[in-house]
Design a protein around this ligand. Structure first.
Ligand code: ADP
Ligand code: MG
Length: 615
């Protein structure tokens, strides 16, 4: 037979990559704004026509590009932002993949005008569907202007998929809000179909919020501030009485980057518990600063998803910090003296004077200050040590008929017999595993030892399990005593309807899907009632980001989201049985080496490797 494999031409590869980076005009807006910020611009102008379908233009006064760089910037993997893989762990820029411009140029008519400070004459390049149609010298101001016209002109299917101009404008505005809020020190303006929508001067974070959301916002804001060894939290929450029916004014920024995190969102909701009306969503604008090495923004191509090394600690800190602000600013109507276990977690009171409560009733008395100051120096001391919640996840797996499936068993034994010394070693002597820094499980194998990343391994196990459930439609669901009502926007409901069938396949049972909410009467065994809202929100946000092309990718996204949301996290203590279960389940998977997000699940260290260290 003749050879049949061939390399895809660049423009085809770029078009395929574009599918990941560019979903709609708002994605172009995000990429161009981020490039302008990375170019140290102090003034950025966004110009839109027809919901961005006809034109998206971003003009900046940043560093600009030389003629060669201007041309190179449209090549795939062309980036000035990283040079070696290690740079990924210390990122201070928004971009780093070098994919955005190549992708955009593959699916639109693009024009770039750019000039650096040192040069008098700049460059003007035109590209259509990855082909450079003209390149000239030009007299242009310092900085860069990027015009993206006729998005998806060469992919009619994608173009037809775009929503009305109004809906696309809504997405663009959301994106603009996020970027403008993340960078209050940069002046932004925004024009739609010739009219000015925003003109935001460089200002403080508070003023920026007020400029974006209107003058009345000012009196609704309550400051939040806390600094611990793990994270610095600053920003504002909206007073509980201004919580809204629709979601929208909820912003997390991690190291000046807008992020989505249903998990951290849940922690803020926890702090507001009992203060907001049922069915309303409290507003917040919270900036988190963490060590760039402790945050993985690489997990999603469009980079709103992040993974923090120690999410559990962040969760606890955030919850107590927000509570503290609510208390301190007298926003809490009745003080709640019930001890909150989250207050046992890391508060750095060392530098704060301890306020002694007075005998007379003092309206500004703050119950949180009375908590004993912690003197832990290592962040890892902070974590709760209960493994209970985690074991529960496994009860589900055990109860699952798939695990009784003879094929599955067979694979599991095969895996064990090749990698582990012997079955007995793995199954009967649980003490052969131990946990390292609440992050890794270490165990012995024939040739040495294996170090398993607990969170990624569990993601893999859950992912395969969910995918199987979706395929064979035999998931076990647990009935809720009372149906759970959750409110969603019309857009969210639409997404839920689209994925309803697969949700049922994994064990969600819907009593009713209405216009603005759903009633759920059954959930997968691995999901607890209190997690349902968080899981649903994560699913909706993932499906918003990634428009599935077919039913397989829908199942895949669903399984990925569930595995990410429900997996055991770094920082959780696992008892012997849980560790053993996880090791066995991982090596019974079809793919053992990678997490669903293509990260290694474990590494092996051979006896030889160890011997060599002793030389
Ligand atoms: P990335 O941002 O991931 O590096 P992009 O495809 O978005 O990749 O951009 C490629 C390169 O082009 C950037 O690394 C940067 O050097 C240059 N570039 C893009 N936009 C601008 C801009 N507005 N000003 C200056 N340089 C830019
Ligand atoms: Mg970029």
């Amino acid at each position: 037979m003749a050879d049949i494999i061939r390399l895809l031409p660049d423009h085809v590869a770029n078009q395929i990559a574009a599918g990941e980076v560019v979903q709609r005009p708002a994605s172009v807006v995000k990429e161009l704004l981020e490039n302008a910020i990375d170019a140290s611009a102090t003034e950025i102008k966004l110009i839109i026509k027809d919901g961005g379908k006809t034109l998206v233009q971003v003009v900046d006064n940043g560093v600009g590009m030389t003629e060669t760089d201007a041309r190179l910037s449209f090549e795939r993997h062309a980036t000035s932002k990283i040079q070696k893989a290690e740079d990924l762990f210390n990122l201070n820029t928004k971009g780093f993949r070098g994919e955005a411009l190549a992708s955009i140029a593959a699916i639109a008519h693009v024009e770039m005008m750019t000039r650096t400070e040192d040069e008098e004459i700049g460059t003007h390049i035109k590209i259509e569907g990855s082909t450079v149609t003209s390149q000239e010298v030009a007299v242009v101001p310092k900085g860069t202007s990027m015009l993206v016209k006729n998005l998806f002109f060469n992919i009619p299917a994608r173009r037809n998929f775009l929503k009305s101009d109004q809906v696309e404008l809504r997405h663009i505005t959301d994106e603009f809000h996020r970027v403008a809020l993340a960078h209050p020190n940069i002046a932004f303006s925004f024009y739609n179909n010739g009219g000015e929508v925003f003109n935001l001067p460089s200002d403080s974070f508070r003023k920026r919020i007020v400029h974006v959301f209107g003058r009345k916002t000012d009196e609704k804001l309550v400051p939040v501030e806390e600094e611990t060894q793990v994270v610095k939290v600053t920003g504002f929450i909206l007073k509980p009485e201004f919580a809204k029916r629709s979601r929208g004014e909820q912003f997390f920024f991690a190291n000046n980057r807008f992020i989505k995190s249903p998990y951290l969102h849940h922690s803020v909701l926890g702090a507001f518990e009992g203060l907001t009306k049922q069915g309303t969503h409290p507003g917040y604008f919270l900036r988190l600063e963490v060590n760039p090495a402790a945050i993985d923004i690489n997990i999603h191509p469009t980079k709103t998803e992040v993974k923090f090394d120690d999410e559990h600690t962040l969760y606890a800190i955030l919850k107590s910090t927000v509570k503290h602000s609510l208390g301190q600013f007298n926003v809490v109507p009745v003080l709640d003296f019930e001890k909150d276990q989250n207050l046992d977690t890391p508060y750095n009171y060392k530098n704060k004077p301890v306020k002694v409560p007075e005998v007379s009733v003092d309206a500004s008395f703050n119950p949180f200050v009375d908590v004993k100051p912690k003197t832990h120096s290592s962040p890892s001391n902070y974590t709760k040590t209960s493994a209970k919640g985690w074991e529960r996840l496994y009860e589900g797996l055990e109860a699952n008929p798939i695990h009784g499936n003879p094929n599955f068993q067979f694979e599991s034994e095969m895996a064990n017999s090749t990698i582990f010394e012997n079955d007995a070693d793995v199954k009967d002597t649980p003490s052969t595993t131990f946990q390292l820094r609440k992050k890794f499980i270490v165990t012995t194998i024939k040739s040495g030892m294996v170090v398993i990343n607990q969170s990624r391994a569990h993601e893999r196990v859950l992912y395969e399990n969910f995918l199987k459930n979706i395929t064979i439609k035999e998931a076990i669901s647990q009935q809720l005593l009372f149906p759970l009502s959750l409110n969603f926007s019309t857009g969210d409901i639409k997404i839920l309807k689209e994925i309803k069938e697969n949700l049922s396949a994994v064990g969600f049972v819907f009593e009713r899907i209405g216009e603005d909410g759903v009633e759920i009467k059954g959930v997968p065994v691995m999901v607890s009632e209190s997690e349902v809202q968080m899981v649903m929100e994560q699913l909706i946000s993932d499906f918003q980001m990634e428009i599935p092309g077919d039913s397989f990718s829908q199942s895949d996204i669903l399984a990925k989201t569930l595995s990410k949301t429900l997996s055991v996290k770094t920082g959780e203590v696992l008892d012997e049985q849980s560790r053993m279960n996880l090791v066995n389940d991982l090596f019974a998977c079809k793919e053992t080496t990678l997490s669903p997000f293509n990260k290694p699940t474990y590494i092996t260290i051979t006896e030889n490797d160890i011997e060599r260290k002793f030389i």
